[in-house]
Design a protein around this ligand. Structure first.
Ligand SMILES: [Fe+2]
Length: 282
């Protein structure tokens, strides 16, 4: 089978390749995972099948998405307790193709320093650009970022005024990252956004976002709109990054103070011997 990824640990994992709702409309979806063409089919009797040429691939349905694995699935799809909280708005934020390595998308999602410049008026604003120290830990082989408070003019669809907003992040897998963000109406509870990234190839990906937002004064439509506005601001910035793959050598790109998490993310990828979508350190 033509698969152009040498990283077994990546191939032996599950990836989102489509939304169940999209397949219901389109009946057949052709897409690409790790450079491999796959076809997702809704059969006449309502079953879903995924093919790589004539080969039937494994399939799971979870969180409203269709998942497959090109290798031998060695781990489960991540567990999201917020997804079973039926008081929340639980929705897909849509799928966006981004012409850059998915690892760059994860790194950008973790980056506090871009918020004031790329999302002014929403997630940051000059002169509030100073990054305070924060914590990055590796817990159960996941990267966990805590202790972040950011000045935000309009932090979420429910925000009515500027505020300091608590953030935490979690990198579950090289291509799966989540953000926990204090809700403006219920400040002791967290809205949750996860990106399931589908690597098309090493320099191209589809970002599937999934949102579990608290039932504040917003509608599902508001939440989805906000996510798409923010992500459309990131897309051109991401697509202009050179090189398109993420360099893992510690000094490959000038580190600044806020880059602590990015240095740790790159080192974590190196320790896992990830090469797909990366420029390895040596
Ligand atoms: Fe951003």
């Amino acid at each position: 089978m033509e698969i152009f990824c040498l990283d077994k640990s990546l191939l032996n994992d599950w990836y989102v390749v489509a939304e169940v709702d999209q397949l219901s409309i389109k009946k057949t979806i052709s897409t690409v995972l790790f450079g491999t063409n796959i076809k997702i089919v809704l059969t006449n009797n309502g079953n879903i099948q995924i093919f790589q040429k004539d080969k039937l691939l494994p399939l799971k349905l979870k969180y409203g998405f269709i998942w497959t694995c090109l290798g031998q699935a060695k781990q489960n799809i991540i567990d999201i307790p917020e997804a079973s909280d039926d008081k929340r708005h639980i929705i897909s934020g849509g799928a966006t193709q981004v012409n850059v390595s998915g690892l760059r998308v994860v790194e950008n999602f973790l980056d506090q320093s871009h918020l004031a410049f790329v999302h002014p008026g929403y997630l940051g604003e000059q002169p509030h650009t100073e990054i305070m120290d924060y914590n990055v830990d590796i817990i159960n082989d996941e990267i966990v970022v805590t202790g972040v408070n950011l000045y935000q003019p309009n932090a979420s669809p429910a925000a009515r005024e500027e505020a300091m907003v608590a953030y935490e992040w979690r990198v579950y897998r090289p291509y799966v990252v989540a953000l926990y963000k204090a809700n403006p109406i219920f400040p002791n509870q967290w809205d949750y956004i996860v990106l399931f990234i589908q690597p098309i190839n090493e320099e191209n990906c589809i970002v599937h976002s999934y949102l579990c937002f608290l039932p504040d004064e917003t509608t599902r439509k508001d939440v989805r709109w906000f996510m798409q506005v923010i992500f459309m601001q990131d897309k051109p910035i991401l697509e202009n990054q050179i090189p398109k793959k993420l360099p893992l050598a510690p000094r490959a790109e000038t580190p600044i103070k806020s880059d602590k998490v990015s240095i740790i993310y790159r080192r974590w990828l190196t320790n896992k011997s990830i090469t797909y979508g990366a420029i390895p350190a040596s």
